[in-house]
Design a protein around this ligand. Structure first.
Ligand code: NAP
Ligand code: MG
Length: 455
């Protein structure tokens, strides 16, 4: 086994070494998961529900420690990290109801009784990115376990620590041994093995569109089920009739939260031309106000980027000052700091079309509703977006016309665990969260029982 040194992105100091799984270790873990799954699926629904509630209670008791660990590993501001750990608890609590509510149907037919069952798939492989390690893990493992599956999870190499801790918490809370395992390792080794090992029946992948496409192509070989949550370049559309002060004041949080390393980041602000200058005047002080700094500080709103490599990648999008309208502040010295940056490129410039995944936002003017919609849709991505207007009819028209899975009007909220989440076009395939997520970890079986007529 090789190992990997986890780095604190706020200090560039080594945190710990993590042992990496190889192909053989991955296969062993998958075999153990398969054994555990058969026993788990046979347990009474009420017992599975109680075990998941116990898991949620154990996460609740550990929220502060999980948050501190995420801050250390990923550089997330501590307040945000606490929210993330609490979200894991809430997702587990929500799906703990599912074992007792996975209803099939009884369908009227002639000659007998027809019923459907939602059968667990078996072992599910979850592959997570580094931007929201805990929450995205929970979106996969909680509904999958609730539907009677086992889960093997590969965290992103840079950010494995909170996922590893969640697996320990699950075991301590009474999850059967082997049912939920976290396997740190390279994507091309452990992640790829989830795709090629026949015992894994479904892969849930969150990450880049490029890797997602490879996983989808490879999964075809075994007709393996996939859910893909991929990239985004979401639009924040500001109409002249909106509450412009509110739209400008909230725009920085809509894109710079988590240092812009958010698949739902509203990284293209589109502003109706008649209010463009006024909007920029309001945006500049709002960007200057973003508190960038030590993620352990309660007042910090934005921490560092996740790694030196990612810092170099984000920096490559701003090679010179020609597109820069203005910037916020950032610390200097050790740490992968990047100041919130506002660009005013042309419509076809790379900064206006590619996902940067850092604290960089582009602002473009538009002329009227049709132009706003066509500009918003001029991308192969379609994950989220916001629409700012006081006109209800326009809010509905534009919401229906924008090709994206998660839109908000006069708000930047994207994620509630009670509502479905996922992308249009090349932003993904399938949906996570919401009441139907457990069903996506099952196959529907139809059983017909012949019954003789009353004689
Ligand atoms: P990534 O490079 O695609 O990696 C994601 C995960 O896949 C990591 O665990 C990675 O392992 C693994 N991986 C890499 N190559 C693989 C392969 N050949 N087979 C199987 N697994 C493989 O993405 P990222 O840079 O971590 O994350 C950023 C991207 O994720 C952005 O595009 C963002 O928009 C997207 N994202 C989407 C959502 C959503 O819900 N739609 C949410 C968050 C992020 P390693 O760590 O070893 O590379
Ligand atoms: Mg990557």
């Amino acid at each position: 086994m090789s190992s990997y040194t986890v780095i604190n992105p706020a200090t560039e100091e080594a945190v710990t070494d993590v042992e990496l799984f190889d192909v053989e270790g991955t296969d062993d873990a998958i075999a153990r998961a398969s054994d555990a799954q058969r026993a788990w699926a046979r347990r009474a629904p009420a017992e599975r529900a109680q075990t998941l509630r116990d898991f949620a209670a154990a996460v609740d008791a550990d929220v502060e420690a999980l948050a501190q660990l995420e801050t250390l590993n990923s550089g997330h501001p501590i307040g945000q990290a606490r929210w993330e750990a609490g979200h894991v608890r809430d997702v587990l609590t929500y799906y703990s109801a599912a074992p007792e509510r996975l209803f099939g149907k009884q369908i009227p037919v002639a000659g007998g009784l027809d019923v459907t069952f939602h059968e667990p798939l078996g072992v599910v492989g979850v592959i997570t990115p580094w931007n929201f390690p805990m929450t995205i893990a929970a979106w996969g493992f909680a509904p999958a376990l609730a539907a009677g599956n086992a889960v093997v999870l590969k965290p992103a190499e840079w950010t494995p620590l909170t996922s590893m801790r969640l697996a320990e918490i699950g075991l301590e809370a009474g999850l059967p041994d082997g049912l939920f395992q976290v396997l740190p390792g390279h994507g091309s080794v452990v992640g790829d093995r989830f795709v090629t090992n026949q015992t894994v029946r479904k892969v849930v992948f969150t990450g880049s569109t490029a890797v997602g496409k490879k996983i989808m192509a490879k999964s075809a070989d075994q007709v393996k089920r996939v859910t893909l949550e991929l990239g985004g370049k979401s639009a924040n559309i500001v109409f002249a009739d909106s509450d412009l002060e509110k739209a400008a004041a909230s725009a920085p949080a809509g894109v710079f939260d988590n240092a812009g390393q958010d698949c739902c980041a509203r990284s293209r602000i589109l502003v109706e031309r008649s209010v463009y200058d006024r909007f920029m005047e309001l945006l500049e002080p709002a960007v200057a106000k973003v508190a960038v700094g030590d993620p352990r500080d309660e007042a910090t709103e934005m921490g560092p980027l996740v790694s030196a490599k990612h810092h170099a990648q984000v920096s490559s999008y701003v090679p010179d000052e020609s597109q820069v309208a203005f910037r916020g502040s950032a610390p200097t010295g050790a740490g992968y700091w990047f100041a919130p940056t506002v660009l005013t490129p042309g419509r076809d410039d790379r900064t206006a079309t590619e996902e940067i995944f850092g604290p960089v936002v582009t602002v473009l003017p538009f002329d009227g509703e049709a132009d706003a919609v066509s500009l918003a849709n001029a991308t192969e991505y379609g994950l989220s977006g916001s629409i700012w207007t006081r006109d209800v009819g326009r809010a509905l028209r534009v919401s229906r016309a924008v090709e994206a899975g998660n839109l908000s009007v006069n708000s930047h909220s994207s994620v509630r665990y009670t509502t479905p989440f996922g992308g249009f076009k090349q932003s993904g395939l399938g949906r996570e969260l919401g009441p139907d997520a457990p069903l996506s970890f099952t196959d529907t079986k139809n059983v017909f029982i012949a019954v003789e007529e009353l004689s």
